[in-house]
Design a protein around this ligand. Structure first.
Ligand SMILES: Nc1ncnc2c1ncn2[C@@H]1O[C@H](COP(=O)(O)O)[C@@H](OP(=O)(O)O)[C@H]1O
Ligand SMILES: [Mg+2]
Ligand SMILES: [Mg+2]
Ligand SMILES: [Mg+2]
Length: 391
């Protein structure tokens, strides 16, 4: 008798199957789904986490090199007019390539931000060539990845692996090759954000933040000192969140701030007011009695900084109609959750990464520790209602 039937029978005996909708799935489908979930909840993702850390660290080196030498010609505009650089493409190609190489016999599904559409155009020939060179230089200088040089077509193919729709079944990598492209272009914060979904749940996440100081940024001092920057955050479900320097030294376990007093809770938000309403967050901070001025930085480095207690609250309120993408939050979400924090939408619902490339949300995203969340959600609702009645 097959394993699925025996697991199915034991689940049936425990009455678990009764919780599923009997009309939408066949018995075999229900058994298969439950078996995957049972396996997922008891699995260790050590190998995937090690591969994710390696891939993100290698990509971070490529990004650092480009940020140092940033030229106007290295920036393109996507059809949605958002900026994208050779580093965004190069990082995506590298990570896609490395993950596939690490797990050659497993099905590979990647939900990633970039695609090769614009790169395949005639006017992008030089850019594509430059990306291929950067990818090959980075692989060669790493020295641990056994491969012959990639061709331009290999690079395009690796980038285009990112078209997966994700979803609630099976495993999917989720990648933002550079989160905070605007920060990257300004020479400020950005992150390489990689997560793994298993049966719709985020089970691991890695954030490489090449410009984030190893010391706290709580005091809002964003001057970047050359020798003390570059953090790698990593988290696995049930196993906590760790931070190490990007050059590989010293790993420490991190925890979110435990403050219960909103007066001590400084607020992180986007540097770009177009990405998140600064007015709304300042109204919320006022209601809570937050004393410190907001800390405005780009990218999921906000989640990283929050996971080690540099601040206690992250607020994000995009304009009406904006749809958040899963790669902008998946890695950051588990980095904060495993450090003891919670992320929710403005109505207090937990974030659902199982619905494809987008997150469906009520209004915005709020992140804090367990104790502060109720007061924060109350202030959020009051501020949103006030804004609505003043329009
Ligand atoms: N109008 C908008 N509202 C909210 N987020 C937006 C936005 N336009 C772009 N973004 C997203 O905001 C991300 C950066 O977030 P932050 O402001 O925290 O740095 C961008 O990621 P990329 O830089 O990867 O494109 C992009 O996906
Ligand atoms: Mg982008
Ligand atoms: Mg992003
Ligand atoms: Mg990006």
């Amino acid at each position: 008798m097959s394993a699925s039937i025996s697991i199915g029978q034991s689940l049936l005996r425990r009455g678990v199957l009764l919780h599923l909708n009997p009309t939408s799935l066949s018995f075999t489908q229900q058994v298969r789904t439950l078996r995957r979930r049972t396996e997922a909840s008891s699995m260790s993702y050590d190998k995937q986490l090690a591969a994710a850390k390696k891939a993100a660290s290698v990509a971070a080196r490529l990004c650092q090199k480009v940020q140092k030498a940033l030229l106007q010609s290295d920036v393109q505009s996507k059809s949605d007019k958002s900026p994208v650089t050779v580093a965004d493409y190069g990082s995506q190609a590298l990570i896609s390539f490395i993950l596939q190489k690490e797990f050659p016999s497993m099905p590979f599904s990647l939900v990633a931000e970039e695609d090769s559409g614009d790169l395949r155009k005639e006017e992008s020939r030089e850019t594509l060539h430059r990306i291929m060179e950067l990818v090959n230089e980075t692989l060669a200088s790493d020295g641990t990845i056994d491969t012959s040089p990639l061709s331009e077509e290999d690079v395009l193919v690796a980038i285009d692996k990112g078209i997966s729709e994700g979803g609630s079944q099976g495993q999917h990598w989720v990648l933002d090759p550079i989160d905070g492209t605007k920060g990257f272009l300004r020479g400020d914060q950005y992150a390489i954000a990689l997560a793994l979904l298993d049966e719709g749940k985020v089970v691991l996440g890695v954030l490489a933040c090449p410009n984030l100081p190893l010391a706290s940024i709580a005091d809002n001092d964003q001057t970047i000192s050359e020798d003390k920057v570059g953090c790698l955050f990593s988290a696995q479900v049930g196993a906590g969140t760790y931070m190490q320097s990007l050059d590989g030294s010293l790993t420490t376990k991190v925890q979110v701030s435990s403050t219960e007093n909103p007066e001590d809770a400084s607020v992180f938000e986007s540097y770009e007011a177009a990405h998140s309403s600064h007015d709304l967050s300042s109204s919320i901070a006022r209601k809570l009695g937050v004393k410190a001025p907001p800390v405005r930085i780009d990218s999921q480095a906000k989640y990283g900084a929050l996971s080690r207690g540099d601040g206690a609250i992250y607020l994000r309120f995009p304009r009406k109609g904006y749809r958040e993408k899963i790669w902008d939050h998946a890695a950051g979400y588990i980095v904060v959750a495993e450090a003891g924090g919670v992320a929710a939408d403005a109505a207090g619902n937990s974030l659902d990464f199982s619905r494809g490339r987008y997150l469906d949300l009520d209004t915005g995203i709020v992140v804090t520790n367990q104790k502060l969340m109720p007061a924060l959600l109350k202030a959020v609702q009051e501020s949103i209602n006030e804004r609505a009645s003043s329009l």
